[in-house]
Design a protein around this ligand. Structure first.
Ligand SMILES: *[C@@H]1O[C@H](CO)[C@@H](O)[C@H](O)[C@H]1NC(C)=O
Ligand SMILES: *[C@@H]1O[C@H](CO)[C@@H](O)[C@H](O)[C@H]1NC(C)=O
Ligand SMILES: *[C@@H]1O[C@H](CO)[C@@H](O)[C@H](O)[C@H]1NC(C)=O
Length: 528
């Protein structure tokens, strides 16, 4: 998709300028003056998110073992866009106290970060624990407590210990047990201090890109097989960790455990064409339902549609067994209901339609099984990485879809944000947060979706996986050329702070320079 990004961007600029007058008319007609009437409830949880590998650095310090990202990037220095790795990243391992101050300055009450599995258990297994790593997270948690901030900790944010990856990582059924050992150790060691956990971050991105393709480490390119094995055992490992906590820790630690799933919104390209509507729903079930249905639905197990597609394709492709593994009846029961909230990461929307003769995929693959043509709307701006185009109503539609499919459980938006190529005057990011948070408010106030909290991605510019340091998601800038990794506040940090402190979105809080047009067309369509 990279090569097409320039074209898409030019298209977005043209469209946004030509529609600007229309936008002003729409504002006058629909009377958006009462936009500001919407307020976030007093107990709404505002926070900001990070992940260990993306900010900590100190890859071989303090007794840390290697994660598969360390090992792979050292062996393939050309893998990332800027040929960088996570050796130092934002150096948060050393600068954690300063980073806690940055979180505090946002006015939020919550900080979501992840434990590095190989920093705590250098070989991944619990026979050897790393005292320095344990101390590091105790120091971080203490700093948060001093700042009156509540920690939300992710157990697995993609940094699989290398010795376990060498055994197949999540494609190895035994990984469920090793994850459970890790979880038990973490709940025992940190459970007094941490009351809200997410087990896995974005299994779909992790399994599809890492096991199914080569876009993420471990770059296994086992399309349609390895990616489903990875998903299967991550779901099972999540559920077993949840049940472990429920049985042995919850009675006296009184915390909550959930999972974080990622979801693009899938919009039918032609909103009245039944074929496109079906394609969009097929995509949602294949990408989100495959995780959400076993955990959050009343009946459990994989969605029937997903089971039918993959079983059918497997038969046709002459596999003796379905490429999608099967949960036992006991496992279905164990997984069902194994999350105290729906953790949701959302960034962007794609248009879905039926594939044409020109859409070809490797067979087998998740893409071929899904069988949906995905494209971006050229009217939606792409301020940074070419997969992320801006369509704020997508988040409201997605929240409604989750409620309609899985009922009225609490949803915590554990990540939302956008990337650009840097700069402190990040007007587009200001507008992105205003508009996505406004759409979230509409979902809450008009559609009665039970959104409990919102975490911005991300605190500071970081290592963005395959993009290296080329794309920037931070509310604070990090100077990666300076050994100090100096942090500086962006406009979007001030704007987010104002939202958090006032519980309201003030669309005029950050004034656009007079000569500058809105960074993009504010899209008010589909607000009912
Ligand atoms: C800590 O935060 C809570 C709400 O999150 C607030 O009620 C309390 O007053 C705060 N305490 C201090 C010392 O800031
Ligand atoms: C499956 O096997 C049948 C019978 O041997 C063969 O005709 C068909 O082409 C095979 N299908 C694929 C997708 O290879
Ligand atoms: C397939 O691609 C060719 C060449 O780019 C194009 O001319 C044709 O219209 C495409 N067909 C469809 C159905 O999109």
């Amino acid at each position: 998709m990279r090569s097409s990004s320039k074209v898409a961007k030019i298209g977005a600029v043209l469209v946004s300028f030509s529609l600007l007058c229309l936008a002003h008319r729409a504002i006058a007609i629909e009377g958006f003056g009462n936009k500001e009437d919407y307020e976030f409830p007093e107990n709404f949880k505002f926070g900001v998110s990070t992940a260990a590998f993306q900010i900590e650095g100190a890859w071989n310090e303090g007794g840390k073992g290697e994660s598969m990202w360390d090992t792979y990037l050292h062996q393939h220095p050309e893998y990332t866009l800027d040929h960088s790795n996570g050796d130092i990243a934002a150096d948060s391992y050393h600068k954690y106290a300063e980073d806690v101050k940055l979180v505090k300055d946002l006015g939020v009450q919550y900080y979501r970060f992840s434990f590095s599995w190989p920093r705590l258990l250098p070989k991944g297994t619990d026979n050897k624990k790393n005292k320095d790593g344990i101390d590091y997270y105790h120091r971080l948690l203490k700093e948060l407590r001093k700042a009156n901030l509540t920690a939300m900790v992710t157990l697995f944010h993609w940094d699989m210990p290398t010795p376990l990856m060498d055994l197949g990582g999540w494609s190895n059924p035994k990984m469920v047990d090793y994850f459970l050992d890790y979880a038990r150790f973490v709940f025992t060691e940190f459970g007094d201090e941490v009351k809200i956990w997410t087990t896995m971050n974005e299994p779909q991105q992790h399994c599809y890109n890492g096991y199914g393709t080569n876009y993420f480490v471990p770059a296994l390119e086992s399309g349609g097989i390895g990616d489903y094995l990875c998903s299967h055992y991550m779901i099972l490992a999540h559920a077993k960790a949840y049940r472990l906590y429920e049985k042995e820790f919850k009675p006296y630690q009184n915390g909550r455990v959930g999972i974080t799933l990622d979801a693009f919104w899938a919009e039918p390209k032609n909103s009245i064409d039944p074929i496109d509507i079906e394609a969009a729903e097929r995509y949602r079930q294949m990408r989100v339902g495959i995780y959400a249905h076993p955990i959050f639905s009343k009946v459990g197990d994989y969605p029937p549609l997903v089971r039918n597609i993959i079983d059918g394709n497997s038969r046709q492709q002459n596999f003796t067994r379905s490429r999608l593994p099967v949960f036992s009846q006991d496992e279905i029961q164990e997984i069902k209901g194994s999350s105290d909230f729906f953790g949701l990461n959302h960034y962007t929307t794609y248009l879905m339609s039926q594939p044409t003769v020109n859409d070809t995929w490797t067979i087998p693959s998740w893409d071929h099984d899904t069988f949906v043509r995905m494209e971006q709307n050229p009217a939606w701006p792409i301020p940074g990485a070419d997969w992320l185009s801006i369509y704020p109503p997508g988040i409201r539609k997605l929240l409604n879809w989750i409620k309609n499919n899985y009922g009225d459980m609490p949803i915590i938006i554990t990540e939302n944000g956008m990337c650009d190529f840097g700069g402190l005057m990040d007007y587009t990011r200001v507008q992105y947060y205003n508009d996505y948070l406004y759409q979230t408010l509409l979902a809450m106030k008009k559609d009665y979706v039970n959104v409990e909290g919102y975490f911005a991605w991300t605190l500071l510019d970081d290592f963005e996986w395959t993009d290296g340091y080329a794309t920037k998601f931070g509310l604070y800038e990090v100077d990666f050329n300076s050994p100090e990794r100096t942090r500086r506040k962006k406009l979007s940090a001030d704007n987010y702070r104002n939202i958090v402190m006032t519980r309201k979105i003030d669309f005029d809080y950050i004034k656009q320079p007079r000569m500058k047009k809105l960074p993009y067309q504010r899209n008010e369509e589909n607000i009912v």
